[in-house]
Write a protein that binds this ligand. Structure first.
Ligand code: SF4
Length: 373
């Protein structure tokens, strides 16, 4: 890599002040914490059962815990570290957007999407994002801080509880909300291990999708993890000229290096990669670009998700027409690359990533992305 190559630091786990809560702890860590405050370690299993099977919302609801222990826990290990401050329902009741305020006043978004055959939660892993993709509202304000594992677990458990109230089971999880999961690698993996624990939520690794804008060393690290996770790579363009304009990390890890890492990942795990492609009119949706993308990906164990761009008034990009979208997907598919069009949910209200958050922050007079509604 030349000296002039733009650099994007691989973010360390945030060293800012942390508030460790129930959802931050593995069952072993919880047992150790209990012993530290003079309580028996066996309570950890009971508490995991209440937290992850019954989805209780406080220690007071853990009926077989002594009241004195409940009080002690409240003092030493808060059950919830984020407060739900707003929620929106759209798509005729099939999409729920949940908005949280963290202990230090940050605002976080989560989306629960109900489909006939599955219920998927999209969680955030950072407040803001350092990557700064040109078409993304979240990236506009940069990174404020990474979320802790517990803050991501809480989003997941709240979505599972909400799904249960609606008579559904949470079946899938995608890390496609605010932030770059592989820039918050340690907390992302801790989060996944907590929700995957069969003594708790028992969420299957094959139902978890980690997305990345293309942090090559962390794709290699993910390939070494023992869990059978799904990987979604945000490609958005088939060449360096265009991708460099849309996804700034392309300057550090250009398309050829990214695809080499994807090939190593596929060889190591035997798992198919999803390439995400946000389709923007006049930017990356020409026939020539579609052919270039199909040619680039042909022969790989992969799938392309074409995602028609969600209109965001603060950003100057447009969604192509339905005919243009279908044409683009058909051309890519004609190269033998499995391709589907995925319309994102919740287009009619506070649609794009970061918009509900932007409106909430504006309403309380905090700076950030300006509201569009
Ligand atoms: S699209 Fe993802 S990686 Fe890019 S700026 Fe937005 S949140 Fe970050």
């Amino acid at each position: 890599m030349s000296d002039s190559t733009p650099t994007l630091p691989i973010m360390p786990v945030s060293r800012r002040k942390r508030l460790v809560g129930f959802y931050d702890l593995s069952i072993e860590e919880l047992a150790a914490k209990l012993q530290e405050i003079g309580a028996p370690a066996f309570r950890a299993k009971q508490m995991y059962n209440w937290g992850y099977e019954h989805f209780v919302e406080s220690y007071a609801e853990m009926k077989n815990l002594p009241a004195a222990l409940q009080d002690q826990l409240e003092e030493h290990l808060p059950f919830r570290t984020m407060t739900m401050v707003d929620s929106k329902v759209t798509d005729d009741g099939d999409t729920y957007k949940l908005l949280y305020e963290t202990f230090d006043g940050q605002v976080v978004e989560t989306v629960l999407m109900l489909y006939p055959d599955r219920a998927t939660v999209c969680v955030s892993c950072q407040v803001g994002c350092a990557v700064g993709c040109a078409f993304c509202a979240t990236g506009l304000g940069g990174l404020t801080r990474s979320l802790s594992a517990g803050e991501i677990v809480q989003q997941t458990v709240d979505a599972a509880r909400q799904a249960k109230r609606l008579g559904r089971n949470l079946t899938n999880l995608v890390m496609m909300g605010m932030g770059e999961p592989l820039q918050n690698y340690a907390e992302t993996m801790k989060f996944i291990n907590i929700i995957h624990d069969p003594r708790g939520l028992n969420f299957g690794a094959r139902r978890i999708t980690v997305s990345t804008s293309g942090i090559v060393p962390r794709i290699d690290a993910l390939a070494e993890e023992p869990l059978q996770l799904n990987l979604a790579v945000s490609l958005h363009a088939p060449n360096n000229d265009l991708r460099g304009q849309l996804v700034p990390v392309n300057g550090r890890w250009p398309v050829e290096e990214l695809l080499a890492a994807c090939d190593r990942y596929i060889a190591k795990t035997g798992r198919r990669i999803s390439f995400e492609y946000a389709l923007m009119n006049g930017i990356n949706n020409s026939d020539e670009t579609a052919h270039e993308l199909g040619t680039l990906l042909r022969g790989r164990l992969c799938h392309v998700n074409v995602i028609p761009f969600n209109p965001v008034e603060v950003l100057d990009f447009e969604r192509p027409t339905v005919e243009m979208i279908d044409r683009f997907a058909a051309i890519v598919q004609s190269h033998g690359v499995p391709t589907t069009v995925r319309y994102s949910r919740g287009v009619e209200i506070d649609a794009a990533c970061g918009q509900l958050r932007a409106r909430y922050e504006a309403s309380r007079g905090k700076s950030g992305v300006q509201p569009t509604i």
